[in-house]
Design a protein around this ligand. Structure first.
Ligand code: PLP
Length: 393
């Protein structure tokens, strides 16, 4: 029966593990270890632990397991493994499956730390990396070869919101048996159809929309039972990037309201993007659901909302961007996204500061570009704040 539940029901109920007290709200099992009744029971559990048998919190914990089960249910995968941060999830997903001599193809437009894992860490261990323009399918076709073990990309890229065709890239990757690993933060589990479109492994930074209220770091990897338990868990349980039970509890509570929050935030983001388009002070407004977005049709086919983030490119460059940021009253200057509070980031001088200028230009990270993460405030108030700040540019 719970298999047929719709997302909003699953977000509230799936994975619940009630103790003998029958608590209503999920319990925080803030414990590192577990007591065995006998030596024989300990021995048996080390041979094979059942679904409700735990050994040590680095391997698993009841609160963390509730969060993992709920994530797998809403993403539509057999299983999931929670990690200490989004980067631990990306690192675990890639490091656990790759070895020297393997080849990986990745989109170039990536979160900075993901690029570091590929170009600095994996390369150091003899994994060959090819970076492509993720929106150009011919580049994927040319790069993939029989030794390609994995392809990796952000389904919607940060901060220019390019959309990558999961179905088409998965078809190309699967011809050589490569695993399709998708960093799906901007699509959120709510409007993601990544698994249906062919993704094998879906990774989230739960720090973003899943917490959604700016409190805890976390990450999760969703995939087949075989991948999660045989490949990933083995790597992560020995290397130690486990999610804290307290953080898992915060994430569980975040999931209960995730659908309501991100739908409201995405609708607000789309309304604001449309209202700002055509303003002479803005050179470009970027949002996947704007008709002016080069991949609007693809985005609408892949997601039922365009996302909670938009970017604008101010015609006046860095000077205009800084004047605009400093004039905002409701929006907070920060480098996070997906929060209930509306946030603004200047990628060229913060998140992407270290990229050489030619790389910035290649990725469209101009001096006037501002990433705007829309929160839960009233849309009219947000628009009024953006407009009064534009007046001061
Ligand atoms: C934030 C983010 C990450 C990293 O997540 P952390 O929780 O900060 O470690 C990875 N990928 C994308 C797309 C992100 O937005």
């Amino acid at each position: 029966m719970s298999q047929n539940w719709k997302t909003r029901t699953k977000l509230v109920h799936t994975g619940a593990r009630r103790s003998q007290y029958g608590e209503m709200s999920e319990a925080i099992f803030l414990t590192q270890g577990f007591v065995y009744e006998t030596a024989e029971q300990a021995e048996a559990r080390f041979v094979e632990a059942g679904p409700d048998e735990f050994i040590y919190a680095r391997y698993g914990n009841p609160t963390v397991a509730m969060f993992e089960d709920r994530m797998a249910a809403i993403e539509g995968t057999e299983d999931a493994f929670a990690t200490a941060s989004g980067m631990a999830a990306v690192n675990g997903a890639l490091m656990s499956m790759l070895k020297a001599g393997d080849h990986v193809v990745s989109a170039r437009a990536l979160f900075g730390s993901c690029l570091y894992i590929l170009e600095e860490i994996l390369a150091r261990f003899g994994v060959e990396i090819t970076l492509v323009d993720g929106t150009d399918l011919d580049q994927w076709r040319a790069a993939v070869r029989p030794g390609t073990r994995a392809v990796f990309f952000e389904s919607v890229s940060n901060p220019t919101l390019e959309v990558i065709d999961i179905r088409a890239v998965a078809e190309i990757a699967h011809t050589v048996g490569a695993l399709v690993v998708v960093d799906n933060v901007f699509a959120t589990p709510i409007y993601s159809r990544a698994v249906e479109l062919g993704a094998d492994v879906v990774v989230y930074s739960t720090t973003k929309h899943i917490d959604g209220q700016g409190r805890c770091l976390g990450g999760v990897v969703c995939g087949s039972k075989e991948f999660i338990r045989k490949t990933l868990e083995t790597y992560l349980k020995h290397t130690g990037a486990a999610m804290s039970p307290f953080n898992a509890w915060v994430m569980l509570k975040g999931l209960e309201t995730l659908d309501l929050r991100v739908r409201a935030q995405a609708e607000s983001a789309e309304t604001i993007a449309r209202a700002l388009e055509g303003d002479a002070r803005i050179a470009r407004v970027l949002h996947p659901f704007l008709d002016s977005h080069p991949q609007a049709a693809l985005a609408r086919g892949m997601m039922d909302k365009g996302g909670t983030v938009l970017s604008i490119d101010l015609a006046g460059g860095k000077e205009a961007a800084f004047r605009f940021l400093n004039a905002l009253e409701i929006f907070k200057i920060t480098n996070n996204l997906g929060d209930s509070k509306s946030l603004v980031t200047h990628p060229a001088t913060t998140t992407h500061q270290r990229l050489p200028d030619d790389q910035k230009a290649l990725l469209g990270i101009t001096p006037g570009l501002i990433r705007i993460s829309i929160g839960l405030e009233d849309t009219d108030d947000l628009l009024a704040d953006l407009r009064q700040a534009l007046d001061k540019v």
